[in-house]
Design a protein. Structure first.
Length: 311
């Protein structure tokens, strides 16, 4: 079976988990199974639970990881539900969790999934194919204001207004049905050398909004902290500033022991610090990895560790 997923920052992320004997670890983003396999290979005496809501990814990864079935459990679900689903597996505490965010390589490589602006396929972009709302619905039914705000908030696209206006104008003549149709509309909306980046940002914005990725991430991070054993690690690989900013702010808040206003004479908030931030600045991929794997170019790795309440 072809393994579509070339793991980004593989050694750095697995090392960051501090894997030990008899530990229980979670790969919240199974994808092609690359990180999961590395975690499994790192220690014979561990159990791993891997999450993915994409049934195609699960089918391929299950074949790829068939030799590890005695210590690997694959769960088809959004990682927002990781605490509930682990509880159903009678797992109350874990020793580490890895999030490799964004869209997987095997999803992008399949035109019919609609994630790529350079491959022709239906406008879809659903991580979970049982979900009703798709990219087609967003592009053809959202108002100009809704599209403009969506592109700016989740894609940080400066030309959001022009692109939204062109989309609305085009769909009045004919429904926008495919990825290449949308890609061409974006290209014709702006007159700059940044057309390729604009396409990437617009497709990113639709995908993040459609799959509620930022809210889901915040929920999963909070649950991960709650179920981590002391000294357990959260390791997150993000690929754009919106994701990375959400992770950074979450880690910073969880690391604080007081959130009272600076002018308060003493602390009254009773905030408890739950995390120690391991790397104040994100770890970046090496130049050698970027040359071998273009997906690594924008990757950032952040690590935090569960604190003891009496520290």
């Amino acid at each position: 079976m072809k393994n579509y997923h070339v793991p980004v920052m593989l050694n750095e992320s697995v090392s960051a988990l501090k894997i030990h004997d008899d530990g229980i670890y979670v790969d919240a983003t199974l994808g092609g199974g690359g990180h999961t396999k590395a975690i499994l290979d790192s220690n014979k005496n561990i159990k791993v639970f891997a999450f993915d809501q994409d049934e195609d990814a699960i089918y391929e990864a299950r074949n790829y990881l068939k030799d590890y079935s005695n210590k690997l459990t694959i769960i088809k679900d959004n990682f927002a539900n990781l605490r509930t689903r682990l509880s159903l597996e009678r797992i109350k505490k874990i020793d580490g969790i890895l999030f490799d965010l964004g869209v997987s390589s095997h999803q992008i490589s399949k035109p019919e999934r609609g994630f790529s602006f350079s491959l022709d396929g239906k406008l879809d972009m659903r991580m979970d194919k049982s979900q009703k709302l798709s990219a087609y619905d967003i592009i053809n039914n959202f108002s100009y204001e809704e599209l403009k705000n969506l592109f700016f908030e989740f894609g940080e696209e400066r030309e959001s207004s022009k692109i939204a206006k062109t989309i609305v104008s085009n769909r009045m003549k004919k429904k926008i049905s495919t990825t290449l149709e949308l890609s061409e509309i974006i290209e014709n909306s702006i007159f700059s050398r940044h057309k390729l980046k604009a396409k990437a940002r617009i497709f990113q914005a639709i995908r993040i909004y459609l799959n509620e990725e930022i809210e889901v991430l915040k929920t999963a991070l909070k649950d991960a902290v709650d179920i981590l054993n002391f000294e357990g690690r959260i390791v997150v690989i993000s690929y754009h500033s919106i994701e990375d900013r959400a992770v950074k702010k979450f880690f910073q808040y969880q690391a604080k022991s007081c959130i009272c206003p600076p002018n308060f004479p003493k602390c009254v908030c009773e905030k408890v610090s739950t995390l120690t931030i391991i790397n104040k600045k994100p770890i970046l991929p090496s130049n050698d990895e970027i040359l071998k794997n273009s997906k690594a170019r924008s990757a950032k790795l952040r690590i935090a560790e569960k604190r003891r309440s009496d520290e």
